[in-house]
Design a protein around this ligand. Structure first.
Ligand SMILES: [Zn+2]
Length: 263
């Protein structure tokens, strides 16, 4: 098994735990020791199923204060699958300079992913913009490369997400990518989801699909399904069926991802 160094969300969680005055159950819990790689109890560890897929688009997570501490947070899953994932803790009064540097980097075309109905219509797009080349590198004598999409996802509850959206002036000049209701309902039908709420990793999968990163999108969906199964079984202290259809699907995608890496 390949060992991974802690990804952006894991690092944010570690920093958050270090600031916490409450003795959080980071290592143990009522049901036993947790794996630091996937946050599940060791008997339900998911790490051998983690599948990394290279993408052209990148994901930037702006995470609400306690989101990193929730064992069910799905921003973590995005960082597991997509190596180009960055994560920042959001606070109203301060902004991480590294976030501003990232947003100013001309290789990216940032999109704030947020429902369009709450935003001035001229800012809203439901598709990716025609690709612009990175003029800064072009003017330095290098050929201008096409800007890569950078999806900014607000990883928070809905009311926190609204606050983050409203109170982050450094996001104001970026287009707002609004996922269309029909896209979402098609998604729900395909995945037989009943509730209205898409979790952060599902939103990321829809964005990656729009950007043409299909394998990463499919992998993220399959990985979420397997994570959810492990998470719920761990809660109930049920054994995991490692040969069921969900695991098979993820293993198929893992093989595809490994094959595409070798090309
Ligand atoms: Zn694990």
């Amino acid at each position: 098994m390949k060992l991974h160094s802690p990804h952006a969300v894991a690092r944010l969680r570690t920093a958050r735990l270090a600031r916490s005055t409450r003795p959080f159950l980071a290592r143990g819990g009522p049901h036993g020791e947790r794996c630091s790689g996937c946050r599940l109890i060791l008997s339900h560890c998911l790490c051998d199923l983690r599948t990394v897929v290279q993408t052209r688009a990148a994901i930037c997570l702006l995470m609400a204060e306690h989101e990193t501490l929730k064992p069910s947070n799905t921003g973590w899953l995005i960082a597991d699958v997509v190596p180009d994932t960055t994560a920042f803790g959001w606070a109203r009064t301060e902004v991480d300079p590294a976030l501003l540097t990232l947003l100013a980097d001309p290789q990216w075309q940032p999109y704030v992913v947020f429902p369009g109905e709450f935003v001035a219509p001229e800012r809203v797009t439901t598709q990716l913009l025609p690709e612009q080349s990175d003029m800064q590198s072009a003017s330095n004598g290098r050929p201008g490369t096409l800007k890569r999409p950078l999806f900014i996802l607000l990883d928070a509850t809905w009311s926190e997400a609204r606050k983050i959206f409203k109170k982050s002036p450094y996001l104001n000049h970026f287009p707002v990518l609004s996922l269309e209701p029909e896209q979402i309902s098609r998604y729900r039908l395909r995945r037989s989801k009943r509730d209205d709420h898409l979790c952060t990793s599902e939103v990321a999968a829809l964005c990656l699909n729009l950007a043409g990163d299909t394998l990463a999108a499919q992998t993220l969906e399959a990985y979420l399904d397997v994570f959810t199964e492990h998470y719920l079984c761990a809660k109930q202290q049920w054994k995991i069926q490692r040969d069921d259809a969900l695991h098979q699907r993820l293993l198929e995608l893992k093989m595809q991802a490994q094959a595409s890496e070798q090309h």
